[in-house]
Design a binder for this molecule. Sequence first.
Ligand code: GLN
Length: 477
Amino acid sequence: MQKKYTSLEQVQSAISSGKLSLVELVNHYLENIKKRNDELNVFLEVFEDEALETAAAYDKSIAEGRKPGRLFGMIFGIKDVICLKGHKVSASSKMLENFESIFTATAVERLIAEGAIVLGRLNCDEFAMGSTSEHSFFGPTRNAADPTKVPGGSSGGSAVAVQADMCLAALGSDTGGSVRQPASFCGVFGFKPTYGTISRHGLIAYASSFDQIGVLSNSVEDAALMVEVMAGKDDFDSTLSQRPVPAFSQEIHPEKKFKIAYIKEAMETPGLDPEIRTSIEELIEKLKGDGHEVVEVNFPYLDYVVPAYYVMTCAEASSNLSRYDGIHFGYRNDAAKNLKETYQLTRTHGFGKEVRRRIMLGNFVLSSGFSDAYFSKAQKVRRLVSDATQEILKDHDFILSPTTPTTAFGIGELTNQDPTTMYLADIYTVQPNLAGIPSVSVPLFQHSNSMPFGLQLMANKFEESKLFSFSKYLMKG
Ligand code: GLN
């Protein structure tokens, strides 16, 4: 679809030259939401009055010669797992349907402090578990390119909000691909930083040693600037890197030549759509022609990444989600007659099927007698995957692959099947989360079935600048 603005730079220059006001910009997005939100189920809530009020106040200060910050004009949405004080945050779950945040996530607070405006909260898979955005208590989000298709998940609402021009950018969370996979299915740019880059304070936890907040945007520069603003130490998240945050938005050099690896086993995955494979092969040839070095490497652990990821994330999820007990906060089942029933009935009725499945799986792999066979083994696999990935990245700037083996599935196509079918769709995206490295999905391709799909790149820890530079070069065509 034709979008009015595809970068913050366009927005800011229209505002600075007096052609556009912030109120007009917010209204533009509100109109698009009104047109298609019923059909696509993207925004669970729109903060219309608040956004318009802030926009009017900023218009006034701009007219007086004061810019509200580096992000003025950034109208963005937040995935419904990210807290904003005084607003609901439900993780798209019945469990937290009416829960209200009592503080704002550090990442959001920093964006707001630079003049960005939050437009609303976005639908996703319940507790960020899923690859289709169908596992939401509030019903599935639909892909704007074809509403009979899923947008991917779990940050499906965030991807469609950008795809359908309902906001300029959106925040998602990425535990095993939840920013990059929907970005690929919806034809937008998706970025996940190095683990420990962006504070998780105010992000509802799924699997804490994997979770990172990421960005979905139209332009590489917008993602770079937002990450630059959000990143950096925060007393509320002890896992954050203490390194100074680079000025990512000033370090985008599309002219650079790189050394790139692609994994032989990834290109030979049985479920890989042949047309996707051909597009990647053609791109590899083009890159070589443009002076980049592209080589094939082996990665013998590809078949183990999905099992290791699901064992570990379910284990962490079973622990993280134990707090939803009907006592502390959120939903409580009224029929319960004693404490045990309160736990049982609340958790049985408050969580959806996929979340319950993962809690049970997580409890199983951690239970005595089984934890060595499953959890400890998965930890060892994680170490092997991480070491082997870093070994490749010692000699290469990037590892390149498709983001997803297929284009977007039909609504309902995977939900009635054995859940491992859905899990296997994460084959390319979980490796960076297991290794803690940054990764992007670049919107480069269109399939003959008319759905978009992306190219995934991984880089070594803290090499996000390289990812932004190369993504920019690729998106210029
Ligand atoms: N699809 C993956 C899962 O279901 C990724 C989810 C995520 O990154 N939040 O776990």
